[in-house]
Design a protein around this ligand. Structure first.
Ligand SMILES: CC(C)(COP(=O)(O)OP(=O)(O)OC[C@H]1O[C@@H](n2cnc3c(N)ncnc32)[C@H](O)[C@@H]1OP(=O)(O)O)[C@@H](O)C(=O)NCCC(=O)NCCS
Length: 157
């Protein structure tokens, strides 16, 4: 791997179709009604820097190595909570080198800069990774018949 940089999606909008495809293949079982085209359209609304919603991508030259987003709402059953870290994704061949953790940390920093007090996420199977990054579990739930864990990060700690 060369130098990995974290940059706003707005500077890499050409990667939106690839990103939408990754996210769709990874998560369509959770929200089966959401189409690939809708995912790409939604990412178009992330084309700003320090704002919500935003998406940060991990980039090495022309290669896309991952993404993470800061969004208003990620769980239809918990619209009382906001904002959310969402769509953390690193392709298989680039995993276990710290890229996912770096993306998570960057979204934490974005939320801090926007002066939010807390950040939320839900995960099916990455509770340990997030716990290691300072996130705390506050609830276990079932969403669309899938077991999920809700976690939060205290930005004022
Ligand atoms: C979850 C995901 C984003 C993690 O991405 P990643 O780039 O592999 O993340 P990291 O490398 O930072 O951390 C992954 C593990 O590798 C370990 N690791 C980090 N750097 C490492 C290194 N240089 N050598 C060996 N292991 C390393 C981390 O400690 C972590 O271990 P843990 O899971 O036991 O805590 C990635 O696996 C993925 O995209 N999965 C599918 C989508 C998904 O589940 N997303 C999360 C939704 S909540």
């Amino acid at each position: 791997m060369g130098a990995m940089n974290l940059e706003y999606l707005e500077h890499h909008a050409r990667h939106i179709p690839a990103l939408a495809r990754w996210h769709h293949d990874q998560w369509s079982y959770l929200n089966p009604q959401r189409t690939l085209a809708e995912r790409a359209e939604r990412l178009q609304t992330h084309l700003g820097g320090r704002q919500m919603p935003t998406t940060v991508v991990a980039i090495d030259g022309d290669s896309l190595l991952g993404s993470a987003s800061l969004i208003d709402s990620d769980l239809p059953t918990r619209t009382d909570l906001s904002p959310w870290l969402a769509s953390v994704y690193v392709p298989q061949e680039h995993r276990r080198r710290g890229i996912g953790s770096a993306l998570v940390q960057r979204i934490v920093e974005e939320a801090e800069a926007l002066e939010y007090e807390k950040l939320y996420l839900f995960t099916m199977d990455q509770e340990r990774l997030y716990a290691g990054l300072g996130w705390g579990t506050f609830e276990r739930a079932v969403y669309n018949e899938v077991d999920i864990v809700l976690m939060s990060y205290d930005l004022r700690a």
